[in-house]
Write a new protein. Structure first.
Length: 348
């Protein structure tokens, strides 16, 4: 029998998480086929091991060694499907495809829509979990369906976008206890460009690139340039992007805060809520650029926590908790941690 998945016992996870924190797992399994994934899950069950799924590792904080089997789906492939009745271009990408490369591939085929989501780290399979978003676009706008292995029903299922429970940085997959192991995402993209350039900085960037009539690929380049300038490159400085969600508040509460703090950026959101810029709140509590050992708040962006080299997941989490307490005390606003926090109650 050929090996259906690769298995590494007592695996080192440091290079598998973009924070670069040192951590080990009981076992690491990698599978590049659907059968392999199911075999790895069966193996974990036979060993009594909990399973933690890890994609590109760019949106997790690993707090300590994991008493678990870490499963990395490495399924690859981009498949162009027949155009839907709605005239949208349908494309299916396997979970293990790199997100940014996939965005580039869609634009190369003349399929538009994902350009504002350029350069987000991670894999396609993780994108629906937190409903990635940037520069005025959220993934949900372009998802047709998610394909997953349902670990309860033990079969592959297709979940239509309307059933994915998408909202700001959220989906049902964040809350279903790892029930669904995402294997592919089907997208519905536009054949004609509908550019969204209103997010602060995008038009300015296009102008500075000397582009008057932008095409989607120009937006992709502009967004990439802004991200490269504002956000630390995880290959050089460990981080997981924004560490907190921008808080959603009832509009009247947000207005009261705005009156007390006129500089606070407040954006209208769905359902009578307002969204506050968490980066501003953190900066105005004095945390921007703060460093405690190797755990720090990024110099250029207060919403991003960074690892200068040897910070542990626990130290980064402790820093995050101090920031949360401070923002709560100063502004009465609760900050929710955005990346997935992985920790094991057994191994320390
Ligand atoms: N701000 C500050 N101080 C800071 C950082 C930001 O005052 O240190 C203010 C800015 O001046 C601006 C506002 O906060 O007025 C918003 O800042 P920015 O445009 O950088 O966006 P963000 O709200 O901090 C969100 C996403 C990012 C995404 C950007 C761009 C979340 C949690 N984060 O950040 O996503 O790239 O918008 O669209 O929604 C990620 O999720 O990992 C991520 C990087």
């Amino acid at each position: 029998m050929t090996q259906r998945f690769e298995l590494i016992r007592d695996a080192d996870l440091q290079r598998l998480n973009s924070f670069g924190v040192a951590a080990r797992a009981r076992a690491l399994a990698r599978a590049d086929t659907r059968d392999g994934l199911v075999a790895a899950l069966d193996f974990a069950a036979s060993q009594g091991l909990r399973v933690e799924v890890l994609g590109g590792g760019s949106n997790v904080l690993i707090v300590n060694d994991l008493d678990a089997l870490v499963l990395q789906p490495q399924l690859r492939g981009i498949e162009w499907l027949r155009q839907g009745a709605d005239g949208r271009i349908r494309v299916r990408a396997a979970a293990g495809e790199n997100w940014h490369a996939f965005v580039g591939a869609t634009l190369a085929q003349g399929a538009c829509g994902l350009e504002n989501l350029a350069l987000i780290p991670g894999n396609v399979g993780a994108a629906p979990i937190q409903n990635i978003g940037a520069y005025g676009v959220e993934l949900e706008r372009f998802v047709a369906a998610v394909e997953a292995y349902d670990r309860v029903e033990r079969r592959f299922v297709r979940i239509e976008a309307a059933d994915c429970g998408f909202s700001y940085r959220d989906s049902r997959f964040k809350h279903d206890g790892e029930r669904h192991l995402i294997v592919a995402v089907e997208f519905a993209l536009s054949a004609s460009p509908q550019l969204l350039l209103d997010y602060a900085g995008v038009r300015e960037e296009l102008r500075s690139l000397g582009i008057a009539n932008p095409a989607p690929v120009d937006v992709y380049r502009a967004v990439s340039a802004i991200r490269q300038r504002k956000l630390p490159d995880p290959a050089r400085l460990g981080n997981a992007g924004s560490f907190f969600k921008n808080p959603l508040l009832p509009a009247d509460q947000a207005l009261r805060l705005k009156i007390g703090h006129p500089g606070l950026p407040v954006y209208p959101a769905a359902a009578g809520l307002s969204k506050l810029a968490a980066g501003w709140l953190i900066e105005h509590c004095g945390w921007k650029g703060y460093r405690d050992g190797d755990a720090a708040v990024h110099q250029q962006h207060a919403l991003v926590l960074v690892n200068h080299g040897h910070a542990s997941g626990r130290q980064i989490l402790a820093l995050a908790q101090r920031i949360q307490a401070d923002v709560q005390a100063r502004f009465g606003v609760e900050l929710e941690i955005e990346p997935r926090v992985l920790r094991s109650p057994v191994l320390q």
